[in-house]
Design a protein around this ligand. Structure first.
Ligand code: AHR
Length: 508
């Protein structure tokens, strides 16, 4: 039996956990936009303005805070003007990154903004740096956010939308070290400053501009960007410098280094499970690495760190288009999500946003669709059970026991991880037990407030390969949990093997 003992001061506040750490990502890739979100007004599938109602409701139920679009790699070959105006007149293009399919641009700016309205989510638009121009990006922002008689505002009105929209988040390119133009850090840093200059705030709309940062642990990229905005002797005041306010990085979890064989989503061995967890834990080292570099140039954390692509990336499901990145989702994926969230929460002072890749039918999805049917994945349930952390105050868990750990051929990793936060008179405790075989006990001495357990839930399954299908949609679903109890001032939670659990407390 592994165990974790810790002390938590509920009257000592850490950073606020931004709701945007629970952000999402929808790219023109495979069946994410088309079929996943967009079915068109004439579809037999129940929809509002062409967007399927079941998917919208599922995402509203987990309080989706923001949605990043249109990519990904697709963003740097997307020319927004092709996606506005009457649909039948929109030019098509080839989606060279994803399946080499013809994109007819029937889902464009107006459709995306309507989707965000239906979701109640903030739009996060990624502009094209790799193959676009500064003027094109600048015009898009004018089109979206400016009222009055400006040329782009007039065009928007001609296309049927009179009021401008609010667009809080703006990405300056995507993976410009790779699919977004194969640039060096130095080249991109210069371009980021140039593009950001012309990403104007129109009327009351204030953009939070996000520079495209590094891949994984490329700290040189982060340092090059940070150096460009730091000034000798004084603090970085983000909004004054080069026009961008945050930088992003991407990190994906695979079960191997072999890009051609990333491993099956559902048929994996114990060794692949351990390999996955060793690699998933790298998110901890990588976030801290970027934070360290940013702290050196911006100790006040005025510049935000964003992880706008994360998640598992397996081989596609047999028989599906390799360019569509469609994969199943098991309890293993849910545990990877639980671990990531604990790392994100711990770094909430600097980490202001994260976006799982991707929301529907692509990579580590929340929702898988099959015609008119829809399945919620185990990962979805982690988002649902953790929703109470959004905009809550974090409370550090001071671990007093030795770390529970797995050690084996694949390396070693911690098997128990937890977050405690509070908001509006209640607290939420999340617990992830990565031990594939053994149960675990967590004992948290909760001080500083009176508390009682109000609800406990667990996400577990007979095996880590357990997953949901249209025929068995609730094979992995949250269940009420009797493994949490109070022992004096200590919250004791007995976790089953490979499980994720949440305990809600009422505070007084
Ligand atoms: O999410 C799939 C792809 O992964 C994105 O398009 C790209 O940014 C990343 O390499």
């Amino acid at each position: 039996m592994t165990r974790l003992d810790g002390v938590v001061d509920l009257d000592v506040s850490g950073a606020t956990i931004s709701r945007h750490l629970y952000g999402h990502f929808a790219e023109h890739l495979g069946r994410c936009i088309y079929e996943g979100f967009w079915v068109g007004e004439d579809s037999d599938i129940q929809n509002t303005s062409g967007v399927r109602d079941d998917v919208v409701q599922a995402l509203k139920d987990i309080s989706i805070p923001n949605l990043r679009w249109p990519g990904g790699c697709f963003a740097d070959e997307y020319h927004w003007m092709n996606g506005v105006g009457p649909r039948e007149e929109r030019p098509s293009m080839v989606n060279t990154h994803w399946g080499d399919v013809v994109e007819d641009n029937s889902f464009g700016t107006h459709e995306f903004m309507r989707l965000c309205e239906l979701l109640g989510a903030d739009p996060y638009v990624s502009g094209n740096v790799g193959s676009g121009t500064v003027a094109e990006m600048s015009d898009w922002i004018e089109y979206l956010t400016r009222s009055g008689d400006a040329p782009m505002s007039r065009l928007r009105r001609e296309h049927g939308r009179s009021d401008p929209w609010t667009v809080p988040f703006w990405g300056i390119g995507n993976e410009n070290w790779g699919c977004g133009g194969n640039m060096t850090a130095e080249q991109y840093t210069q371009l980021a400053a140039q593009f950001a200059t012309y990403c104007r705030n129109h009327d009351g709309n204030e953009l939070y501009r996000i520079a495209a940062g590094p891949s994984k642990d490329d700290y040189h990229w982060t340092e090059t960007l940070m150096k460009s905005i730091s000034s000798l002797g004084g603090p970085v005041t983000a909004r004054k410098h080069n026009g961008w306010q945050a930088l992003s990085f991407h990190y994906y979890t695979h079960a191997s280094d072999d890009w051609q064989h990333k491993g099956s989503a559902t048929e994996f061995t114990a060794a692949e499970y351990h390999e996955t967890m060793v690699r998933a834990w790298r998110i901890d080292e990588i976030v801290r690495g970027h934070v360290r570099v940013m702290d050196a140039y911006d100790p006040e954390a005025a510049v935000g760190l964003v992880c706008d692509e994360w998640g598992t990336w397996w081989d596609v499901e047999p028989g599906t288009n390799p360019g569509f990145l469609f994969q199943q989702n098991t309890l293993r994926d849910a545990l990877v999500a639980g671990l990531h969230f604990d790392v994100f929460h711990e770094n909430a002072r600097r980490l202001v946003m994260a976006n799982i890749a991707q929301t529907v039918n692509v990579l580590q999805a929340m929702v898988l669709t099959d015609g008119a049917r829809m399945v919620l994945t185990p990962t979805y349930h982690v988002f649902a059970m953790n929703a109470g952390h959004q905009d809550a105050t974090s409370h550090a868990v001071q671990v007093t026991s030795a770390d529970a750990a797995y050690e084996g051929e694949q390396g070693s990793y911690r098997t128990l991880t937890t977050t405690v936060s509070s908001k509006d008179g209640s607290a939420l405790v999340s617990l992830t037990n990565l031990d594939v075989e053994g149960p675990a006990t967590v004992r948290l001495d909760l001080r500083g407030r009176n508390w009682e357990i109000s609800r406990a839930r667990v996400l577990a399954g007979a095996t880590v390969q357990a997953h949901n299908t249209v025929d068995a949609p609730d094979a992995v679903a949250p269940a009420s949990f009797d493994g949490a109890r109070r022992d004096g001032d200590t919250l004791v939670v007995d976790l089953p093997p490979h499980s994720f659990a949440t305990v809600e407390l009422t505070l007084s």
